[in-house]
Design a protein around this ligand. Structure first.
Ligand code: HPA
Length: 272
């Protein structure tokens, strides 16, 4: 369970580094961290310097918090996240969301790279998350409930805030960007799914599958934050095409959508 003093200690540390008081938070997924470079007049704090943040050994991820301005709004962005498959506890994975809330963030944009389960989708498409399936069999809220942070049994009927989704859809339409909509299924990884698992996940009602996002979204909902989820569909899920999945492909496709993704997020931030 996150303790209020450790959350506050971390928030105080961050507030000691900058006069910015962000109201919008972003978690930037694999290959999507470049969005943080768009923040103006920004300051960067490596996770390794932030008290109570988990220590990540992962290479290839920036692992830093960037605070700055985007389209006139003050934003705190996580460039790189903590994944459950890396061995972090769900408490460690979601701690930054608690800290963002303590910093004053009300609107959280969660992004990820994921596989397309819906066969009408294409690699390179962006998808607005409308709902999720937790297939991992754990939950970040297991353990004693800290009533200061949220209720014991939080309602999850509208985790992905309808008002934010409406803004995202209208910005996408104005920009002529095809924004798919669908249900995101959380798979622990780190192994990708099997073809049989993908058929199961499709039958269960998911349109996309990935290894993140759901724990952070649950904790944000617990803290009564507004959540917007945007996925980059980097590949067709296992078994749809007769070809192996590779992380290199995931990173390459995510990098290819950069311009479209940055423009969409900027447009959304300007309207939140
Ligand atoms: N499955 C799970 N996670 C992923 C995938 C996938 O196909 N692509 C990118 N992240």
């Amino acid at each position: 369970m996150h303790s209020t003093p450790s959350i506050q200690e971390t928030a105080d540390f961050i507030q000691g580094k900058t006069a910015y008081r962000p109201t919008i938070g972003m978690i930037l997924g694999s290959g999507l961290g470049g969005l943080a470079d768009e923040l103006e007049n920004s300051i960067t704090i490596p996770y390794s310097e932030i008290p109570n943040f988990a220590k990540s050994e992962a290479v290839g991820h920036a692992n830093e918090l960037v605070i700055g301005e985007l389209d006139g709004r003050t934003v705190v962005a996580m460039k790189g996240r903590f994944h459950y498959y890396e061995g972090f506890t769900l408490d460690e994975v979601t701690f930054p969301v608690r800290v963002m809330k303590a910093l004053g963030v009300e609107n959280l944009l969660i992004t990820n790279a994921c596989g397309a389960v819906n066969e009408s989708f294409e690699p390179g498409d962006l998808m607005l998350i409308t709902d999720h399936l937790n297939l991992v069999g754990s939950n970040p809220l297991i353990g004693p409930n800290n009533n200061e942070l949220g209720p014991r049994f939080p309602d999850l009927s509208k985790v992905y805030t309808p008002e934010l989704r409406a803004i995202a859809s209208s910005v996408a339409q104005e920009q002529g960007v095809r924004l798919r909509e669908g249900v995101y299924a959380w798979w622990s990884g780190p192994a990708y799914e099997t073809p049989a698992e993908i058929r199961m996940i499709r039958a269960m009602g998911a349109d996309a599958v990935g290894m993140s996002t759901v724990p952070e979204a649950i904790v944000a909902a617990h803290g009564r934050m507004n959540v917007l989820g945007i996925s980059c569909l980097t590949n067709m899920a296992c078994g749809i095409l007769d070809q192996p999945l590779s992380h290199d492909e995931v990173i390459e496709v995510a990098a290819r959508v950069r311009e479209k993704f940055v423009a969409l997020v900027k447009g959304i931030v300007g309207r939140v």
